[in-house]
Design a binder for this molecule. Structure first.
Ligand SMILES: Nc1ncnc2c1ncn2[C@@H]1O[C@H](COP(=O)(O)OP(=O)(O)OP(=O)(O)O)[C@@H](O)[C@H]1O
Ligand SMILES: [Mg+2]
Length: 273
């Protein structure tokens, strides 16, 4: 299917969710923004870029995820064999929301990519067939908590980056490294725009939430989204049920917050494109 608006082909927008700090809310944000975009009528492909398989587990049950991880239809096999990644796409329970699952073998991605020619553009090449077909409005990529050649591939293939930061005393730890890495990535990929930082797992009653927000605003390097995501046990219950939180409990506060964030991301992308 070809998406058409007033006779012009719609260009697929690629957004990655990255932060080298572990547990900052990358996967949760990627999965929920993908679902919210889909609920807004967009066709979305998610790409699980992490050997922890968390994005895949957010939509499929464990047995299925493990079978896919050991089979042909996963990111690792696609990259290793430099295939057109459309051969790795699997559907989710939601019409128009698809997934390229991961594999535990993604732990070897650095070594494998290092040995390949054009090693920073392997993902971009793998996605080119999908982009040409213009099947999706968005491709959302969940990055692992690392800063190596694989994440470089993700940044080379992306048009935008969202940085989830945990609003905790250690949330900003390592962010300076990440910012330097992104500045370098922007020099290599002129299409890459930094959309902003989103604060996750926020407890508004704790001082460090305000302190984190003030520090980020003072840094003035990257804008901070107005929307933030508060701590909500529904997020974990939803993940335990392989569902996005808005599908699990539509009226929960994190579901509403993710809907607001998604609108803000869409607005920011439309301003920049
Ligand atoms: N708003 C929230 N409320 C409660 N728990 C949350 C919230 N957001 C994320 N979590 C929990 O925090 C943990 C880390 O979140 P997530 O997996 O999204 O981070 P990550 O950055 O992808 O981690 P990693 O770096 O390991 O890939 C998960 O257990 C998730 O369920
Ligand atoms: Mg993750």
């Amino acid at each position: 299917m070809r998406n058409q608006v007033w006779g012009n082909a719609v260009k697929t927008k690629i957004i990655c969710f990255a932060n080298n700090k572990g547990g900052s809310g990358k996967t949760t944000t990627c999965s929920n923004v993908a679902y919210c975009l889909n609920q807004m009528g967009k066709r979305v492909l998610m790409l699980d870029g992490d050997m922890q398989l968390n994005l895949s587990l957010s939509f499929l049950d464990e047995e299925e995820v493990l079978a896919l991880a050991e089979g042909e239809k996963n990111l690792y096999r696609g990259l290793l064999e430099e295939r057109d990644l459309s051969s790795c796409v699997v559907p989710t329970a939601y019409e128009g929301l698809d997934l390229i699952p991961s594999s535990m073998l993604m732990s070897e991605a650095e070594e494998i990519l290092y040995r390949k020619g054009g090693r920073e553009d392997i993902l971009k090449k793998g996605l080119s067939g999908i982009l040409e077909k213009e099947i999706y409005d968005y491709i959302l990529i969940d990055a692992p908590p690392t800063l190596g050649i694989w994440v470089r591939n993700i940044l080379q293939a992306s048009g935008s980056i969202v940085i989830p930061v945990e609003a905790s005393p250690w949330g900003l730890f390592g962010l300076a490294n990440m910012i330097t890495y992104i500045e370098d990535a922007v020099k290599r990929n002129e299409d890459l725009k930094v959309l902003g930082i989103v604060l996750t797992k926020v407890n508004t009653r704790k001082n460090y939430f305000r302190q984190t927000l003030e520090l980020l605003n003072e840094m003035e390097v990257i804008r901070v989204f107005n929307s933030y995501i508060r701590i909500d046990s529904n997020v974990e219950w939803a993940q335990d049920n392989s569902k996005p939180v808005a599908a699990y409990r539509k009226s929960s506060r994190s579901a509403v917050e993710y809907q607001e964030l998604t609108k803000e991301i869409e607005e920011e992308i439309s301003k920049q494109s």
